[in-house]
Design a protein around this ligand. Structure first.
Ligand SMILES: Cc1cc2nc3c(=O)[nH]c(=O)nc-3n(C[C@H](O)[C@H](O)[C@H](O)COP(=O)(O)OP(=O)(O)OC[C@H]3O[C@@H](n4cnc5c(N)ncnc54)[C@H](O)[C@@H]3O)c2cc1C
Length: 379
């Protein structure tokens, strides 16, 4: 098959690798608008199960992808200045650039061609291809160009985010809620390498307006965030990498494919950074599209139907959990009066996928502390 992939993120690269490794006669080429060593953002985090499916499918690629990862078992919720540890929350963390480098090298080894600094915004010129894979991220130009066929639903959320790094090593992964004179500042932070942590700051629109963040330069915003988290950063600076404020968009598409064009990864559907599932969703799309090819061969219409059948239920359910999580952060006002234990418990059960029985199993210490504070609960 002649396959053209737009976007060398995790989704596009894993799909390219799977197809070419399985059958070297495939002609697979990936187009990426950025230079090879460019990356946006800092580290990424995965839950323990998130990479298990890569390990099952391709143990050698898993080893490569996780070569520079750090794995820790706990996380902490910091509310009213008190740290509440949540046990058995294992997270794998790594620099996004290391993940991409591992995938670049694996792709090259099996003979995938990757063209960097090649922006593609239209499928004109790809008429002789069997399959065109749009893996060009949340703002997909291909999806926008073909929106009449994919019918995307774009839901821009109200909160604002800025993605920083820092040399302060946050271990365990910490969610920090600081009530400050301007309102509420939230940090999602975790160590992802021996030297650096990701530090993602989130604020609601009222805080954003009161602080005047819209009028600030990048450096002034960074300084405002440093002041908000001065007790947590302990003298370390925040580091910027195009760390401008942005609103996260939840992406859905009514149709996942049109003719021989298919969407995967963030172009198809986003998760939310608060559940750290976007890369997992993207990688699972690549695997499902590969499995669909195994099932239907080069009968492209059948293959794309199989892709939707294999992938849609899992994708919808994880996205629903991501939406519930993102809504929890947007509606924290009534919860800020909760004591730190009840607040951390509320966090843990926010997506609806974890109930009290599950909290008891995962973290009996937290469950017992919460039960003491809520004697009315009959579990
Ligand atoms: C602030 C923030 C924090 C996040 N944290 C996490 C986390 O901790 N864990 C996690 O799992 N996920 C996280 N995510 C989500 C994760 O980054 C994405 O879900 C994941 O990268 C999706 O992979 P993808 O391959 O679909 O898209 P992307 O990684 O976005 O890759 C798309 C690629 O396409 C390229 N491209 C775009 N347009 C064109 C074009 N016109 N022509 C050619 N190339 C193009 C881009 O340069 C890019 O390389 C986070 C996202 C954000 C915004």
């Amino acid at each position: 098959m002649k396959i053209r992939i737009i976007g060398a993120g995790p989704a596009g690269l894993l799909y390219a690798w799977l197809m070419k490794r399985d059958d070297p006669s495939h002609d697979v080429r990936v187009f990426e608008r950025d230079p090879e060593d460019a990356t946006y953002g800092w580290g990424v985090v995965f839950s323990d199960v998130a990479l298990a499916f890569v390990r099952e499918l391709a143990p050698e690629l898993y080893l490569r992808m996780t070569e520079h990862q750090v794995v820790f078992d706990e996380m902490a919720v910091v509310h009213q200045g008190q740290h509440v540890e949540l046990a058995h929350n294992t997270f794998h963390r790594m620099a996004r650039i290391d993940l991409l480098k591992a995938l670049h090298a694996a792709c090259r080894e099996v003979g995938v061609a990757i063209e960097f600094e090649r922006r593609v915004e239209d499928i004109a010129g790809f008429e002789d291809c069997d399959l065109i894979v749009a893996a060009d991220g949340a703002n997909s130009a291909i999806r926008t160009r073909l929106q009449a066929h994919f019918e995307p639903i774009l839901d821009e959320r109200p909160n604002l985010l800025a993605w920083y790094g820092t040399t302060r090593l946050f271990q365990p992964l910490s969610l920090i809620f600081r009530q400050i004179p301007d309102g509420l500042a939230i940090a999602h932070t975790y160590q992802y390498s021996p030297t650096h942590s990701t530090f993602l700051v989130e604020v609601d629109p009222a805080t954003f307006a009161k602080a005047g963040l819209a009028r600030m330069s990048e450096a002034e915003s960074l300084a405002w965030c440093e002041r908000a988290f001065v007790d947590d950063l302990q003298g370390h600076a925040l580091l910027s990498n195009r760390s401008n404020w942005f609103r996260y968009t939840i992406v859905k598409n009514r149709h996942w494919h049109w003719r021989n064009v298919v969407l995967i990864g963030d172009a198809l559907r986003t998760g939310h950074p608060s559940v750290g599932s976007g890369t997992r969703l993207a990688l699972q799309d690549s695997i499902a599209l590969f499995d669909a090819w195994k099932e239907a061969g080069s009968d492209v219409p059948r293959m794309l139907k199989a892709f939707v059948r294999l992938r849609r239920p899992g994708s919808d359910s994880l996205q629903l959990a991501a939406i519930k999580s993102c809504e929890w952060y947007e509606d924290l006002g009534p919860k800020l009066g909760l004591d730190p234990i009840s607040f951390a418990y509320d966090y843990l059960t926010r997506s609806g996928r974890v109930d009290h029985a599950e909290v008891r199993k995962r973290d009996p210490v937290l469950a017992a502390a919460w039960e003491r504070l809520h004697p009315e609960f009959e579990g």
